[in-house]
Design a protein around this ligand. Structure first.
Ligand SMILES: CC(C)(COP(=O)(O)OP(=O)(O)OC[C@H]1O[C@@H](n2cnc3c(N)ncnc32)[C@H](O)[C@@H]1OP(=O)(O)O)[C@@H](O)C(=O)NCCC(=O)NCCS
Length: 199
């Protein structure tokens, strides 16, 4: 399947909020208990201003398959070296290597912005995300025990940290790129990329 990463714009407002609301309703992947209004998209954009907010579309169909953020951990300049990441893919597009491609892109974007530490905040009841981040070199660096309760179920907030070692070239910000994920019997057999993958 071919995907395209593009800078998040007004055109993504509805599908992005709809997707986030899906995880609000059905899981611990999103912390809130009630779906967000479409106006909340403004906050998504503001939060990642100057950093990166991307949407992933399926080539041709124009369907939003997911979205992701790279945003500052804290507004004070003393924390400039630390950014947070978050990715939400539509269920149909999970477990195909797409999250891995997006995280790789976020990591490459982080370094020139001065960030060499990434943080991810994950619910203890989101096993898939904990495994995903751990697989990609994040390590648990803090856990606030049972500080959340969603739909009557307690959960911890787990913070995971990754210290970045950047290798490879960076492709231009906000120009998007296409990624092809070849799927073979439910697993990704090959992750390749084409188009403007490097500058
Ligand atoms: C978490 C998420 C971003 C991961 O992206 P993805 O494209 O599904 O993950 P990938 O296919 O790149 O998987 C890479 C590795 O992560 C781990 N992983 C991903 N999904 C997993 C799952 N459901 N169960 C167990 N491990 C999983 C595996 O180690 C996997 O490697 P493998 O396929 O060789 O076993 C994506 O599944 C998603 O959007 N989930 C729902 C929303 C969410 O939880 N977002 C994170 C909020 S903190």
């Amino acid at each position: 399947m071919r995907y395209r990463l593009e800078a998040m714009t007004e055109a993504h407002r509805r599908p992005v909020i709809d997707l986030f609301s899906h995880y609000v309703r059905t899981s611990f992947a999103a912390y809130p208990e009630t779906p967000f209004p479409y106006e909340a998209f403004d906050r998504f954009l503001a939060m990642s201003s100057g950093y990166l907010a991307v949407a992933t579309t399926v080539d041709g169909a124009g369907e939003v398959a997911g979205f992701a953020f790279l945003h500052p951990h804290h507004p004070a300049a003393t924390f400039r070296r630390t950014a947070e990441v978050a990715t939400f893919l539509r269920p149909l597009h999970t477990r195909r290597g797409l999250g891995t491609l997006i995280l790789d892109r976020l990591e490459k974007e982080a370094r020139p912005l001065g960030a060499d530490r990434l943080l991810a905040s994950v619910s203890s009841r989101n096993e898939a995300s904990l495994r995903f981040h751990t697989k990609h070199g994040f390590v648990e660096c803090g856990r606030f025990r049972e500080i959340g309760r969603k739909h009557g179920v307690d959960f911890d907030v787990v913070w995971l940290e990754k210290r970045l070692v950047i290798a490879g070239r960076l492709f231009p910000l906000n120009q998007g790129f296409t990624a092809r994920v070849a799927i073979k019997v439910g697993k990704y057999a090959e992750i390749g990329s084409s188009g403007a993958t490097s500058s």
